[in-house]
Design a protein around this ligand. Structure first.
Ligand SMILES: Cc1cc2nc3c(=O)[nH]c(=O)nc-3n(C[C@H](O)[C@H](O)[C@H](O)COP(=O)(O)OP(=O)(O)OC[C@H]3O[C@@H](n4cnc5c(N)ncnc54)[C@H](O)[C@@H]3O)c2cc1C
Length: 384
């Protein structure tokens, strides 16, 4: 390993750029190289599901060009460059035929969309949306179209459903679950969001899946497992995300649901760190912005010479369904307790209480959504 080698950060999503900004707050000099498979635009991914509501085209969601970012952060940025391997012993990153030496390597390469292999000749009408480039392609294909079918009723599917209705599109949502956002929202809150979205005109086809996607003139014809047929112009696939682990596993790094790191964001290999959607931090895989910001701040200190552990506080999530304001802080997966629910129409306050009465999680919708902050103070932080 050369001591002259730069810190190399793979990924220019919120994790990569936030980390680079945090490093530069304390250290202007250490060479940093950022490598990304995409065009390197700086943008906030959560804004992708607000384009119509905010009246923005895909390009207006980009906040800064790669050149501007490289200049502002005093670093070298390599765009459209895919990492194909890691050689931890040599302290080198493999970029196809080329090798790039690192002093410290940070994996901030995100999560992959889960792709269903649904038979049929209409695949070109199916769009996963997990970055700005995907969103640009989707918006281009949407021009002159009216109907969108969304596969998946998780947070991302529901947010796109609301946003596309705000844009005046016809929206059908198809999902195998019997409620929205299962695993994130308790049923009472999920019902409130569903009634909000239905009030906007979203049609739900729950407890079924798309079995076949056939091409039609200018669109797709979907056959659902329940026997229904739906004609649509475009399909968004929002059936879930999986941390990118393949290249790390091939390099011998410890993998579980994500790339395994401790609270100092250290992987099992020396001088290799991970954060963001690809990382499993002290057992937590949280595909959200708040945790990655906390990780970026801690890791920047570590990389500047002061080994620092991340401390997760309470991590509430805002669901961007303006038709039914929603905030949720899911209880820990292994917590025992019960949901206590106050519900009146779309106003729901669901509190998850332990046997001793402590609030371990909550979901609030409608007029109760404003209680998010106060409730977040009551829920114990993830790390003490
Ligand atoms: C529509 C939508 C709405 C969302 N809303 C919210 C919200 O309201 N609140 C919230 O907290 N979270 C939200 N999220 C989640 C949040 O956006 C993500 O947790 C966060 O953006 C992840 O950032 P990241 O930098 O870890 O990964 P990414 O943004 O996925 O960045 C990964 C980077 O790695 C690069 N890369 C990948 N593989 C390679 C390779 N082999 N070689 C080189 N480069 C590579 C990519 O090109 C990219 O630059 C939302 C997500 C979506 C899709």
């Amino acid at each position: 390993m050369s001591t002259e080698a730069p810190i190399v950060i793979v990924g220019t999503g919120l994790s990569g750029y936030t980390l680079a900004k945090e490093i530069r707050k304390q250290d202007q000099e250490t060479p940093i190289v950022m490598v990304t498979a995409d065009d390197g635009s700086s943008y906030s991914k959560p804004m992708l599901s607000t384009g119509f509501t905010k009246g923005k085209e895909a390009d207006e969601l980009a906040q800064a060009s790669p050149d501007a970012m490289a200049g502002q952060l005093n670093l070298e940025l390599r765009t459209y460059t895919s990492v194909t391997g890691i050689d931890p012993d040599a302290h080198e990153l493999v970029l196809g035929d080329e090798r790039l030496a690192y002093s410290k390597l940070v994996l901030a390469w995100g999560a992959d969309v889960i792709r269903l292999s649904i038979p049929g000749d209409g695949q070109e009408h199916v769009f996963p949306i997990n970055d700005l480039m995907d969103y640009r392609a989707f918006r281009k294909a949407l021009q002159g179209k009216k109907r969108v079918a969304i596969m998946g009723a998780g947070l991302i599917g529901c947010e796109f459903a609301n946003d596309l209705r705000n844009g005046g599109y016809d929206v059908d949502v198809i999902a195998p679950s019997n409620t929205l956002m299962p695993g994130l929202l308790p049923p009472a809150a999920a019902e409130a969001v569903r009634s909000g979205l239905e009030g906007l005109g979203v049609r739900f086809h729950l407890e079924t899946v798309v079995e076949h996607v056939a091409a039609r003139e200018n669109g797709a014809s979907l056959t659902l497992a329940n026997g229904e047929h739906l004609d649509t112009d475009l399909v968004i696939s929002a059936v879930g995300l999986r941390p990118r682990t393949e290249l790390a596993a091939a390099a011998g790094l410890e993998i579980n649901r994500g790339i395994v790191v401790n609270r100092a964001l250290e992987t099992s290999a020396p001088d290799i760190y991970a954060l963001g959607d690809c990382a499993e931090v002290d057992g937590h895989v949280m595909l959200y912005v708040l945790p990655l910001m906390a990780c970026a701040r801690a890791l920047a200190k570590t990389l500047s010479g002061e080994r620092t552990e991340v401390k997760y506080g309470t991590m509430p999530v805002m669901v961007k369904t303006p038709c039914c304001q929603t905030a949720v802080c899911p209880p820990p997966p292994d917590a025992s307790g019960t949901w206590e629910v106050d519900a009146e129409g779309q106003d729901v306050r669901a509190l998850f209480r332990s046997g001793s009465g402590e609030i371990l999680g909550f979901a609030v919708t409608g007029r109760y959504a404003v209680e998010k902050q106060a409730l977040s103070k009551e829920v114990p932080p993830i790390h003490n």
